[in-house]
Design a protein around this ligand. Sequence first.
Ligand code: SF4
Ligand code: SF4
Length: 166
Amino acid sequence: MQPVNFRSFRSKLAHHRKSFRQFLNKTEKNTPKGIDQLTPVLAKEVWAEVDCLSCANCCKKMTPTFTEKDLKRISAHFKQTPEEFKKQWLKKDSNKDLVNKTQPCQFLNLEDNKCSIYAIRPEDCSGFPHLTKRKWEEYAYIHKQNIDYCPATFRLVEKMMEKVSV
Ligand code: SF4
Ligand code: SF4
């Protein structure tokens, strides 16, 4: 597993973002056969390469969505009511989803990139970046957003482009 090299990530993103987005647009509209079988295989390769603890870019630059269940669990941990927790840390975004008010996330330890509420973190965090969550055609629009921040998503799309021609 390699530490994430942000200089290389940013440079590759600057050069390839457009072609990656075109690939995602094309595969979203006209999904190549076999792509859903290939995704978990490539995702496994990605996780053998990418060390999230050297990155934490999702915790620094993005926000999870908090479900009501997350809210109850995490607020109870801090001996707060869900309302108190919400008032202190969260806001509603344009989709009316509950998200962090600020970035980096208040629960990120910036010294070691570890989550201070790891065991009870939001479900969205535990599955992020959801490489195999849904069928490719249903999730390509999220990959399109996440390639800008997440080296693991970027690598998945890069690997898929090497395997699948559109
Ligand atoms: S709750 Fe933890 S895993 Fe989720 S964004 Fe915050 S620091 Fe990262
Ligand atoms: S999920 Fe993506 S953005 Fe988050 S730490 Fe891992 S590689 Fe970085």
